[in-house]
Design a protein. Structure first.
Length: 168
């Protein structure tokens, strides 16, 4: 058997020659464990590294590549109520096949959350008294949409609303 110095770390088991096989066959556990301990623990020396990284593709690029439609929205948007009304009309006038076709072409939202209940479920909100409803925190303020045509009216409305809150 060859003598192996500790100065030269082994990179792979080929450098051990047949010594590793003979240690396994003859049952010499001490020699086998020593030879394994001499193998380098540096993974960069023995593990092949891929230097080319595949470009990460976004969901939109993958949808365009596979020609997939837009995903079904999770909650309502501005068009979901109109689309669901069209689907209901198609169901009553034609059949479920036309409804499924419309759902596939223009998917509606999975959920239609209740509006103007301050984040509470509808049944709980309607069981509250008027006094309890007033104690609830206000909903998130919506931005004022002001177009140039009705800017003056919007400014007057905002001023009057501000005066009412500051007077109270």
């Amino acid at each position: 058997m060859q003598s192996i110095s500790l100065d030269n770390m082994l990179i792979n088991e080929i450098q051990l020659g047949t010594g590793l096989n003979h240690a396994v066959e003859s049952g010499r556990r001490a020699d086998f464990s020593l030879m394994l301990a001499l193998l380098s623990s540096e993974l960069m020396e023995s593990t092949p590294q891929d230097t080319d990284q595949a470009p990460v593709q976004s969901e939109q690029q993958l949808r365009a590549y596979f020609e997939l439609p837009t995903p079904q929205p999770l909650t309502t948007s501005e068009h979901c109520y109109q689309r669901s009304a069209e689907q209901a009309k198609a169901f009553h006038e034609a059949s479920i096949v036309s409804t499924r076709l419309l759902q596939g072409l223009q998917p509606t939202a999975l959920t239609f959350p209740v509006e103007n209940t301050k984040g509470l479920p509808e049944d709980i909100f309607h069981n509250l008294s008027v006094h309890e409803r007033r104690k609830l925190p206000p909903e998130e303020p919506r931005p004022i949409s002001a177009s140039p045509q009705n800017l003056y009216a919007s400014l007057i409305h905002a001023k009057r609303t501000s005066e009412l809150y500051h007077a109270a």
